[in-house]
Ligand binder design. Structure first.
Ligand code: ZN
Length: 113
C-alpha cells in the first residue's frame, strides 16, 4: 500500500520537488555568477537578451526564490526561464541543464516526466 504524504505539496511529482530543491540550492544570482553573467545582470543591471543601453534588468526575491525581469520586454521568470532564453532551449532541456548546474545530475536517474 502506498503511503500518502500529507503536506500541501502532495500533488507535486518528485521531479518538480527536485527542481524546487535545486532552485534553493542554486539561487538565480549564484547561477548568474556561474554563467559569468553576474556583473552584467546584477551589478550593471543590463539585460543580456537585447542591446541594453539603460539598465533594464532586475533580479528580485519573492519568498524564498529569486526571479529576473527585463523591463524592456525580453521576458521574466526564474532560473529555468533564463537558461531557456540564453541558450535557446526548450523547457525540458533548460530543466536538465539547470539540475546539472545545481548538481542534482545524479539524482533519480532521469529528469523528464
Ligand atoms: Zn531585455
Amino acid at each position: 500500500m502506498l503511503k500518502i504524504i500529507s503536506d500541501s505539496a502532495d500533488e507535486s511529482s518528485p521531479f518538480i520537488k527536485s527542481v524546487e530543491r535545486a532552485k534553493l540550492l542554486l539561487p538565480l544570482e549564484k547561477m548568474l555568477e556561474q554563467l559569468g553573467d553576474w556583473e552584467l545582470c546584477v551589478e550593471d543591471r543590463l539585460c543580456p537578451f537585447h542591446d541594453d543601453n539603460s539598465p533594464s534588468f532586475s533580479v528580485f526575491a519573492q519568498g524564498e526564490h529569486q526571479y529576473w525581469k527585463c523591463h524592456a520586454g525580453c521576458g521574466a521568470g526564474d532560473q529555468i526561464n533564463y537558461l531557456e532564453l540564453k541558450f535557446s532551449l526548450n523547457r525540458g532541456e533548460a530543466l536538465r541543464l539547470f539540475l546539472e548546474m545545481a548538481e542534482w545530475s545524479d539524482k533519480d536517474g532521469g529528469f523528464y516526466e
